[in-house]
Structures are given as C-alpha cells and as structure tokens.
Design a protein around this ligand. Structure first.
Ligand code: NAI
Ligand code: MG
Length: 350
C-alpha cells in the first residue's frame, strides 16, 4: 500500500486540537482512498522552550528531513515566551532550512460560509515569495535611543528568487484559468519592483498561453474587495503577499478557514502545511477552534503527495459540512466542538 511519512508538529494553544481534528479527517480519507499515513508526532512548542531553552532539539531539522511532509498546528504562547523567540526558534528555521520558497494560500468561500463581501463567487490562489525580499532580515540600527537614531531594513531581491517564484506562479496559472496577476509597486520602488516587473515580462515570454496582468499592490488590494471574481492566481513578494493573504483570509470568512502550504517544488526536503491562524490562546483548550483551516491544509498536503482524489474528497466533505451548517463551530454560527465538526467531515468522507 502507498504509505506517506508525515511529521506532526501540533505546537501550542489550539494547535494540538486542530491537528487532532485534521488527522481524524485525513485518516478517514486514507482508509477510503487506499493509502496509509505513517505519522510521527513532535511535541516541540513553547513548553519545550521553557523546559530546555530551545524550541526544538539541536537535531530537529535532521529529524524532520526524514519525512515526506510536515503538518503544523500553530506556535506561540505570548504570555510565557516572546513571539520573536517562538517564531525564530521553530517556524522560520524550517522554512529556511528546507528552502520552502513558495507560500501558497487559496481564498474562496466554502458553501454555506457567508463572508463579509457582496461578491461570493471568487476563487483566488495567492502565491507569496517565502524566503527573501522585504523579510530578508538585512539591516541594522545605530545611535539607538538618541535623536540621531537610524534604522535600515534592506529588501533583497535576487534573480534566482524572483524568477523561481514567478515561474511557479505561471505554471499554476497554466493549470487553472490561464490568468495571472503579478503584484509590484514599481511606480514607488524603482529598483526592486522595476526589477520584479522586468523578470515577470521575461518569464511571461515562456508562457504564451498565460495572460499576465501587472498590478500595483494597493490597486490589487482594492480589487480583492471590489472585484475578487476577476482574479485567479496572484503572485507577490514576501511582504505584499503577507498582507494580501490576510485580506484573502478575511474575505473567505476569517482565520478559521485560511490554509497555507510552504513548498519547495524542487524537493529535497519536506514541504510544510499549516492553517494560517496562530495558537489562539484566548480560546485554547475549550474545543472552540474551527478545524476547517487545518483540514484544508491537510487536503493541500494530500494533493502535494499525489493523492489528488483524496484531497478533492476532503474538500468536498468539508464543504458538505459547512453547507449543511448543522455541525459547525461557533465562529461559523454553530454550536459544535472542534472534534464534532471534524467527525462530521470524516463521516462525510466515509
Ligand atoms: P491568532 O490567529 O492565534 O488569533 C486571532 C483571533 O482569531 C483570536 O481571537 C482567535 O481566537 C481567533 N482564531 C484563530 N484561529 C481560530 C480558529 N481556528 N477558530 C476560531 N477562531 C480562531 O493570532 P494572535 O492572537 O495574533 O496570535 C496568538 C499567538 O499565535 C501568538 O503567539 C502568535 O505569535 C502566534 N501565531 C502563530 C502563527 C503560526 O504558528 N503560524 C501564525 C500567527 C500567529
Ligand atoms: Mg501574515
């Protein structure tokens, strides 16, 4: 039987609850579609940091390297551990070490989910550069605390980095509607973003079947609200993609629904799948968390593993559950617990 080897990183807060919920659904899909999931759970979290002074053991990356994929819940316990420590101790090293340069997030309304917009019929796939750009971390501060203080944060755009994210986005657009929105701000940022636009035009020449439209990021943000149905694949730099995907999460009904894949399409290490939301300490441990985002992330993982029918089955079952509206969590207007909603989705698969 086909067996996929998955590392589970439940993390903090609602992380373990939504990972258990997602695994209930993924196991149902495995049984129904004839494959096996071999899972290994790593309880690396802020508690690990409090106990050992590290978010993960020194050989954490090597241990993760042995898996096909990583499914992550959420990391963060701000009352006990600074967010900069938890983020830099676990999430960012994984993204960096495995060169997970594509951050992909689907934004559409599941049936039965209303969302804040009048427009309901949109299906946007945001592709964010995940390794360089505005979040490269290059810079520094001098004369701290004085009137002469200076802070510099340098955005780094390499041809290697820009070209590979654009190529990935063009491939995705080719598989979908053939439309691609490339996001920049080349009127104001005359070096990095003019460069981005130039590389986009170069790559476009290799994809004559894809119609690329260039947008400035501010105009695209407005378009996502006023005419989201005109967009399909959207590709953006690290910072612009970060902001646009929070907007995307908002228009699809909130953080309870937004899912994310961190991919290295070249392979060589595991890709990582996660809900967009954090550890939600305000609702942790009470069964209130919406498991839709982590279930959707799990479906993206199955698709990445080549289990396309199972991935579609999971999304269809999730959508059947939200459409029926009987067994959904409080953030979608229901009374079900995290586990009960996941059980309804698993039942729809079975
Ligand atoms: P958050 O996403 O944890 O929560 C924001 C709000 O959304 C809260 O009111 C929460 O109750 C609600 N919410 C989140 N997920 C939900 C779900 N599945 N169902 C229902 N409601 C949900 O963001 P916040 O509060 O800014 O951060 C909390 C901690 O999470 C921090 O330590 C932060 O650093 C960390 N964080 C971790 C991320 C990750 O591991 N990828 C991403 C974002 C934040
Ligand atoms: Mg963000």
């Amino acid at each position: 039987m086909r067996t996929h080897n998955i590392a589970l990183l439940p993390g903090d807060g609602i992380g373990p609850e939504v990972i258990d919920a997602a695994m209930l659904v993924l196991e149902a899909a495995a049984a129904r579609f004839d494959f096996a999931l071999k899972t290994q759970r790593y309880d690396w979290s802020c508690q690990t940091y409090l106990d050992t002074g590290r978010m993960m053991p020194a050989d954490g990356i090597e241990r993760l390297q042995t898996h096909d994929c990583i499914l992550l819940g959420a990391v963060g316990w701000p009352a006990k551990v600074a967010d900069s420590v938890s983020l830099h101790g676990l999430l960012l090293p994984i993204r960096k070490q495995f060169d997970l340069y594509v951050n992909m997030r689907p934004h559409r309304l599941l049936a039965g989910v209303d969302g804040p917009l009048r427009a309901k019929d949109f299906d946007i796939l945001c592709i964010r550069e995940n390794t360089e750009g505005e979040y490269s971390g290059a810079g520094g501060r001098v004369h701290q605390g004085t009137k002469a203080e200076v802070a510099v944060e340098t955005a780094i755009f390499t041809r290697h980095g820009v070209e590979r994210i654009l190529r990935y986005a063009f491939e995705k657009a080719r598989q979908r509607s053939g439309r691609l929105a490339s996001v920049s701000k080349s009127n104001a940022q005359k070096h990095s973003m003019v460069f981005w636009d130039e590389v986009a035009e170069e790559v476009a020449a290799d994809f004559p079947d894809v119609r690329m439209t260039r947008y400035h990021v501010d105009a695209l943000a407005a378009r996502m609200v006023t005419h989201p149905e005109t967009l399909d694949v959207v590709v953006a730099s690290n910072l612009f993609g970060d902001i646009l995907t929070d907007l995307g999460a908002a228009i699809q009904g909130g953080l309870g629904f937004a899912a994310s894949a961190n991919l290295n399409p070249a392979g060589g290490g595991p890709s990582m799948f996660e809900p967009v939301h954090g550890s939600a300490p305000d609702i942790a441990g009470r069964g209130l968390a919406n498991p839709a985002a982590s279930i959707w992330a799990g479906a993206m993982m199955l698709e990445h593993l080549g289990e396309v029918a199972a991935a579609e089955g999971v999304i269809a079952a999730l959508e059947a559950t939200t459409a029926a509206g009987q067994t959904v969590t409080p953030d979608c207007g229901g009374e079900a617990s995290t586990w009960e909603m996941a059980e309804a989705v698993a039942q729809a698969i079975r």
